[in-house]
Structure formats: C-alpha cells, structure tokens
Design a protein around this ligand. Structure first.
Ligand SMILES: [Mg+2]
Length: 323
C-alpha cells in the first residue's frame, strides 16, 4: 500500500485520517487499535468526476506503478465516454429522453415509437446511419498509449448486441483499437447468457445477487467490446472476469489487483462501486463529465430540432424503402 506505517501511527496517535487512499466522497474513519493492522490491507476505493481522460491515465499509471501493468484492468464506457454522437438525434441524451417519455405517457405526441422495442429499432437505424466522434480530440491516442503499454482494456456498454456492427465501425473509424490488449475469456461463441439461476457461483455471482438481478438478457463479448443490454454494469463485469482464461474459483478476478472504471453516468459508477464493495481488489471509478454541457443543453432545449429531424428522416425511409 502506498501509505507508510508512520502515517498510520500518526493517525492512531493524532487522529489523522489514514485509511489507505480513500478519496473525495469516501469518508475515511480513524482506525481503532484492533482494526489498525487490518486497515493496512484495505483495498483502495476512489471515486472522482473528471472532464479530462488524462486523469484516468494518471490513475492507471499509479496502479501500474504499484502492481505492474499486467495487474491493472481498465474498463471504459462507450456512449458519451469514448464516443459521442455528431448530432442530437440518436444520441444517448435523446434515447434517455424518449425512454422517460414512454415511461410517463405511452401516447405522448413527441414519441418516435409507442413501446421500448420500437424505440430500440429506431435507435438501431440511427446508429447505423450516424457518425460519432471522441469527446476529447486526443482520447484515441491516450487509449492507444495504454494498449501499447499492455494495460488490459475492455469497453463496457449498455448497448445491446444488435448494435455491435455500428459500435465496432465507429470505434474503428475513430482509431480506437483495443483488441491487442484486451481480456480473453472462455466463451467461444461470443454470445452468452451472463449468469444462470440454476448455477449460482459458476460465473462470479452468488445466488442472492442472481435473485436480485432477475432473468438475464444475452450479452456479447468480442474484440474487447462487451455489450450488456442495459444490465447492471458492476455485476456484468464480475461475470466477465469470472470467465477470463486466467480466473479460477480462488481467483475470480484473474490476476488483476486494480480496476479503473470510466463512465459518464453516475448510476453505472455507483453500480460498479456496489458490485465490488466487499472485495479485496482496488477500484477507482471516474464519472466522465466531458459531454455534460451537451447533455444539459439538449435536456433544456424544446427538442423541436430532433422532432423535425426524425420526421424528415422517417418520411424518407417510408417513401424510399419498400416494407
Ligand atoms: Mg455512456
């Protein structure tokens, strides 16, 4: 651990907080005498918000220095983290708005579809037609640098498997290539059910957690891109790690000693912290806020522009494409 024993002694005698590397939103408590030895082995739990991906790189470097590059796992979200939509129609904030409208009023005149399946179908059309860009121009280079240094990297997205082609195409077009340094798993086919109530414990999740999560939806993992269909990202990562070629019953997190997770949604950051709360692996999570301004601008807008854009596009589709 990065804190020397002297700091712990100071904590004990002078009441200085010395719980190892708990930062910001974590409340560090002064360890009692009986807990002092235990405190030295407590895992890192760090939560930050940043608009600079360089801050994530710094954290990866810090863990890599302590444990070695091969023991650090970087997990990065896709939408509004690695890539943002070039226009509002079809963006993450557009989808969130449509989903909320559906939940409040299924007959709302601004809805593009009356049910969730219909919304996903339209989202698929928009993913297929749209281009995306990195929120920070230098982001692909920062990721490439980590991949070159053999930091195991996984893209973890809430998108479902049906949107894989569009995701891979835009990642490639924007010069992201994580496949040389990603996690290898046992699943051969790439498409699998992440957990099963009949086999609790087999894929890293207890019967209690599986019971809480309910029925699984199928996911895909290939080229380092893990498409989890809106399921709990923390537990989805755990079941992926349990499938790693280097994981075992005694080592459900394979050889990893630290995880760095980046996502624009606080919900997913919270879920990642929740899933690993009782585990000995170090975890640093970053809520990536680079696109916050664009999201807020869209949320405050009249939405007239996206309603008009969809009407235009839908009109062309209906006119040109034969059903
Ligand atoms: Mg996202």
């Amino acid at each position: 651990m990065s804190h020397p024993f002297a700091v712990l002694l100071a904590a004990f005698f002078f009441g200085v907080s010395a719980t190892p590397v708990f930062a910001q939103s974590q409340t560090a408590e002064v360890p009692a005498r009986a807990q002092l030895a235990e405190a030295t082995t407590q895992p890192v739990r760090r939560q930050e918000t940043t608009a600079e991906f360089a801050r994530v790189v710094e954290q990866v470097d810090e863990f890599a220095e302590e444990y070695g590059a091969e023991s650090v796992l970087l997990v990065v979200d896709l939408d509004n983290t690695l890539l943002a939509m070039n226009q509002d129609l079809g963006s993450d904030q557009w989808f969130t708005w449509q989903e909320a409208l559906q939940n409040s009023d299924q007959a709302h005149p601004e809805l593009v579809a009356s049910d969730f399946g219909g919304l996903l179908e339209i989202q698929g059309i928009l993913f297929a037609l749209s281009r995306m860009h990195p929120p920070e121009p230098g982001l692909p280079d920062l990721v490439e640098d980590l991949v070159t240094r053999k930091i195991t990297t996984v893209v973890l997205t809430s998108r479902g498997k049906e949107f894989r082609d569009a995701a891979e195409r835009e990642l490639k077009r924007n010069k992201y290539n994580i496949s040389p340094s990603t996690l290898e798993i046992h699943e051969k086919r790439g498409v699998f059910s992440p957990y099963s109530a009949e086999h609790p414990g087999k894929h890293g999740l207890s019967a209690e957690i599986i019971d809480d999560l309910g029925s699984p939806r199928r996911v895909t993992y290939s080229e380092g891109i893990y498409m989890t269909a809106g399921q709990h990202k923390g537990y989805m990562l755990k079941t992926l790690l349990a499938r790693s070629t280097r994981a075992s019953a005694n080592q459900p997190f394979a050889h990893f000693k630290a995880i760095v997770f980046v996502d624009d949604h606080q919900k997913h950051v919270d879920r990642m912290q929740e899933a690993f709360a009782g585990d000995s692996i170090d975890l640093a999570t970053f809520r990536y806020s680079r696109e916050d301004g664009n999201v807020e601008k869209f949320n405050k807008s009249t939405k007239h522009h996206v309603i008009r854009d969809w009407d235009l596009l839908n009109g062309f589709i209906k006119t040109v494409l034969v059903k």
